[in-house]
Design a binder for this molecule. Structure first.
Ligand code: KIV
Ligand code: ZN
Length: 389
């Protein structure tokens, strides 16, 4: 059996994530998150957009100096001033990358840039060459690739690869694509661009239709070998593809992927809590992988199953993503087995099966009145039962 390819994880929490309205971070906060991402072993950390503000320049510089085991990347439009500023911010990096972009979709070129396609192509090539004066590691993105014409995309990508781009990133900037279509786009580009094998194909998907993760994974199944994503799916509008979902899908479904990441997934919860704490963006309880309920079981049938064999209702181990353990939530759907197991964990010994039945009946009455039964409720309930018998 051949070895699996390496899937590069490019985290953009500190750049695209920060573009969530209200999520801006200070330099020190960015350094704290970057250190946590380094511990998670992400390959590339996009630390910011150095030309955007003096503060962001300082933040990218500080991250570049603090991080040693991940590459640090700065974003730049395809403009000399942006590229020079990014090059300057990344000077102290152990391994730095400049990520330059220009839009290629008809609507962006005509209405936003007010440029002809040939001018866009020329500017893209110029930008890549200029970025190469600072580093060998240059990434190029045709912004709004998801709504660009494929023939033009092929021309631009072939030209920027020839100019020295080592990663070509295909953004679905407005989250417009659907998985089979986006997967085919990646396959088409890889087949039609003559020098495609000289660059890593990357994807960057937004979540406007809730498809960012599905689109990214379809791309990986069609040969993309870098995914751009954020912790908790933070990002512009509805966000970016969630790192934890991408990484755990690939890890859990190794039967379907011919690649894997190098991440230490036990650091996922640490990063999730840190990003949520710093930005003030709470994680919804039913969020995959990192939500409070992701490994919680309330229904009696599920609790009974998990108590008998964890894999009846769990496809991942809570500990593998950094939770201390899975959680049995006692509520009105819970059964006697989970009730008995929780009492045992609390060290409560009931004298007889009759006492257990009585306590369980009281528990069900209470559960009809309360959303969740806590340990203190159980203690009180058992004390009442034993006093009565
Ligand atoms: O969504 C997007 O197109 C971007 C680019 C800068 C890659 O964030
Ligand atoms: Zn984006």
């Amino acid at each position: 059996m051949s070895a699996k390819d390496h899937l590069i994880i490019f985290d953009t929490t500190l750049r695209d994530g920060e573009q969530s309205p209200g999520a801006s971070m200070t330099r020190d906060e960015k350094v704290r998150i970057a250190k946590a991402l380094e511990k998670l072993r992400v390959d590339v950390i996009e630390a910011g957009f150095p030309i955007a503000s003096p503060g962001d320049f300082e933040a990218v510089k500080a991250v570049a100096e603090a991080v040693k085991d991940s590459r640090v990347c700065g974003l730049a439009r395809a403009l000399d001033a942006d590229i020079d500023r990014a090059g300057e911010a990344l000077k102290g990096a152990n391994a730095g990358r400049i990520h330059t972009f220009i839009a290629t979709s008809p609507i962006h070129m005509e209405k936003k840039l007010r440029m002809q396609p040939d001018e866009v192509l020329k500017q893209a090539v110029h930008a890549v060459k200029r970025a190469r004066q600072y580093t060998d590691d240059v990434e190029f993105s045709p912004e709004d690739a998801g709504r660009s014409e494929v023939d033009f995309l092929c021309r631009v990508l072939e030209a920027v690869i020839a100019a020295g781009a080592r990663t070509v990133n295909i953004p679905d900037t407005v989250g417009y694509n659907i998985p089979d279509q986006f997967g085919s786009l990646i396959a088409t580009l890889r087949t039609r661009i003559p020098n495609a094998d000289q660059a890593v194909f990357s994807v960057h998907c937004h979540n406007d239709l809730g498809l960012a993760v599905a689109n990214s994974l379809a791309a990986v199944r069609n040969g993309a070998r870098q995914v751009e994503c954020t912790i908790n799916g933070l990002g512009e509008r509805a966000g970016n593809a969630a790192l934890e979902e991408i990484v755990m899908t690939v890890r859990t479904r190794q039967d379907l992927f011919d690649c894997d990441t190098r991440l230490d997934t036990t650091q996922i919860m640490n990063c999730s809590r840190l990003v949520s704490g710093i930005t003030g963006f709470a994680v919804q309880p039913n969020k995959a992988v990192v939500g409070a309920n992701a490994f919680a079981h309330e229904s009696g049938i599920h609790q009974d199953g998990v108590l008998k064999h964890r894999e009846t209702y769990e496809i991942m181990r809570a500990q593998d993503v950094g939770w201390s353990e899975n959680r049995m939530v006692l509520g009105k759907h819970s059964g006697r087995n989970a009730f008995r197991a929780r009492l045992q964990e609390l060290g409560v010994v009931l004298n007889s099966e009759e006492d257990l039945n009585a306590a369980f009946a009281r528990f069900k009455d209470l559960a009809d009145k309360k959303h969740e039964i806590f340990d203190e409720d159980l203690q009180a309930l058992v004390t009442e039962t034993t006093l009565e018998t």
